[in-house]
Design a protein around this ligand. Structure first.
Ligand SMILES: [Zn+2]
Ligand SMILES: [Zn+2]
Length: 321
């Protein structure tokens, strides 16, 4: 057993590679050898100070269980849910551990992340990956689940006009999920080559500034606090804005127009893994087209820098080399 493992850590706003102790799985936990990690906008916002966090970064991953004290998952390729509830509060009891006030969140809140050779996770957080899905696609399950959360929270009649605002990582995934659900949507962005990824699914790409029609629902995925204003501009009265962006900043909001327009604002975060795994298994989503570059764990700092460049979609970290 390795005593120390390589990890990408965040300490006082600084990102660097560090040797950390191999996580020791607690009762009801398994030890996972991480294969691939995905860099998400939340990681980039955390470096800017979105939440105070010290420790191993990263929450999107695919890996193989090396130690399961109960044996069930040993050797199984898995992905994992990132929220770990206290188990005893009213939210946890109601199956809403994502809202537990004492929850730990992998690589985000009081819990070591996955940008490391090994990570320990509760057994109840892990899900086997379909054999037919390559690691490069399986690593998208967590953000795909987050995209699916939109459908969990909002009922969208097929007649409704839907806009996905932003052609970044999450915007493209939301567009894919809406298309898979049989809903027609328009994606507003600035990068034709990115919007073209979802075109075969029937999603129309339009340059954001050129779009002035009114729609029923906007899923805000710009990663910028200015997105809210744009969403308001293109929304019908009685429309809905779903906010998927966690930005390390504050937006000024025209509250009066929300009231007069009777606009519904929905905050939307993590989502369900099982439907995301089902989508993955069907193999219809152009997920691997979203990968711009794969870095090694040792190049982690460079990878984060690359992921923050304009126009970059998904950057992966290979922990095994
Ligand atoms: Zn994420
Ligand atoms: Zn709880």
């Amino acid at each position: 057993m390795v005593i120390k493992v390589k990890a990408l850590v965040l300490e006082n706003g600084e990102v660097f590679l560090k040797d950390v102790p191999t996580p020791t799985p607690q009762e009801e936990e398994v030890l996972i050898r991480v294969s691939l990690g995905g860099i998400c906008s939340t990681d980039l916002e955390m470096v800017k100070g979105y939440v105070p966090f010290t420790g191993v970064m990263g929450h999107e991953f695919v890996g193989r269980v090396e130690i399961d004290p109960q044996g069930e998952f040993t050797g199984t390729r898995v992905v994992g849910e990132i929220n770990i509830g206290c188990g005893s509060c009213s939210f946890c009891q109601a199956g809403l551990k994502n809202h537990c006030q004492k929850r730990e969140v992998v690589g985000i809140r009081q819990r070591q992340g996955v940008f490391a050779e090994y990570v320990a996770l509760p057994r109840e957080n892990i899900y086997p990956v379909p054999v037919e899905s390559p690691d490069e696609e399986a690593v998208f399950v967590e953000p795909l689940a987050a995209a699916l959360q939109v459908l969990e929270q909002v009922h969208i009649p097929p007649s409704h006009r839907v806009v996905v605002l932003g052609d970044g990582r999450l915007g493209l995934l939301v567009a894919m999920v809406l298309a898979e659900a049989g809903l027609e949507s328009i994606i507003l962005g600035h990068h034709k080559e990115k919007m073209d990824i979802v075109k075969p699914l029937g999603v129309t790409g339009v340059v954001a500034e050129e779009f002035s029609e009114k729609v029923d629902l906007v899923v805000e995925c710009t990663g910028s606090s200015a997105g809210f204003q744009k969403a308001q501009q293109i929304l019908h009265p009685r429309g809905t804005i779903v906010l998927k962006t966690t930005v390390a900043g504050k937006a000024s909001v025209d509250l009066a127009s929300l009231v007069t327009g009777e606009i519904t604002v929905v905050g939307s975060r993590c989502g369900p893994f099982l439907p995301a795994l089902n989508l993955l298994k069907r193999g219809k989503l152009p997920l691997s087209k979203m990968v711009d570059k794969v870095f090694t764990l040792s190049q982690g700092k460079e990878a984060l820098e690359y992921a923050s460049r304009k126009g970059v979609k998904k950057v992966l970290l290979d922990m095994e080399c």
